[in-house]
Design a protein around this ligand. Structure first.
Ligand code: ZN
Length: 262
């Protein structure tokens, strides 16, 4: 099947199609691809907005929460009128309004070990915009076992960090942070606070990585590196990381186990 871009699509995406590294070929690849965004919150909002605007073929959104007044400072998919609505329904309305050319699938539920493998299987790239460590590790382990590339991110106060994982090629989240911190060891943004614009920066980086991967501009992804952002000093740093051979998700033992299961 060869996809052709309509006249409207060529005009809509013209500013990215004219980028020499991108072009019509990447646009077609993107329009045939499927991305899943976990969480329609501070990270998921900007990520989903840019993925929809760029013309990803199918955009999946999973979130079990409803919009609250305290979300609006950073979760820019939602407006004051949306308070009390399911976040995914509110998000779908905005994204469909922005770009009616794409398909949007919503899951008004929480990502759990029971539903993660089936949902992930339908997508090519996953953007993790979740706000808790259990979900971040669940995303990592499910994506690694299914061989799905994904973008991890974490934000708190004026800090953000993000990394891209391409299973079997690069280090995974568990290679670096072996297991979730105990209760009370680390604060999430509900307890510690977050500046909305910091979430916007990191979410936009996650969307950029997804677009690069899905459109075939994937020679240099944010893999085997963690990018940290300190908005207070306005410093970006990248820290090199390595695949851990003893990693419980992607190490030698885990590989052998998944081979035996196959
Ligand atoms: Zn690993």
């Amino acid at each position: 099947m060869t996809t052709r871009l309509s006249q409207d699509e060529i005009e809509r995406y013209s500013r990215q199609i004219m980028i020499p590294d991108f072009g019509g070929k990447s646009q077609i690849r993107l329009s045939e691809s499927k991305a899943l965004v976990i969480g329609a919150g501070g990270l998921g909002s900007p990520a989903a907005f840019y993925l929809a605007a760029a013309g990803v073929g199918l955009l999946g959104l999973i979130d079990g929460d409803r919009v609250e007044l305290s979300n609006l400072q950073r979760q820019i998919l939602h407006t004051t009128q949306d308070i009390g609505r399911e976040k995914v329904a509110s998000a779908k309305e905005k994204l469909a309004g922005l770009n009616p050319e794409i398909a949007i699938k919503i899951y008004p539920t929480r990502l759990q070990p029971e539903n993660a493998p089936e949902i992930f299987a339908a997508y090519d790239f996953i953007v993790d915009g979740s706000d808790n460590f259990d979900t971040k590790f669940l995303v990592n382990d499910t994506a690694v076992s299914l061989g799905k590339a994904f973008s991890h991110a974490g934000i708190v106060r004026l800090h953000g960090q993000t990394m891209t994982v391409v299973p079997r090629k690069s280090a995974c989240y568990r290679c670096v942070f072996q297991e979730p911190p105990g209760p009370g060891e680390l604060m999430n943004c509900q307890q510690a606070g977050i500046l909305g614009a910091v979430a916007g920066v990191i979410g936009a980086i996650q969307a950029t990585e997804a677009i690069k991967y899905l459109s075939g501009m994937d020679e240099e992804l944010l893999t085997d590196r963690v990018l940290t952002y300190d908005a207070k000093t306005m410093n970006f740093r990248t820290i090199e990381i390595r695949k851990n051979p003893a990693c419980a998700a992607c190490g030698e033992k885990a590989e052998r186990r998944s081979h035996e299961l196959r």
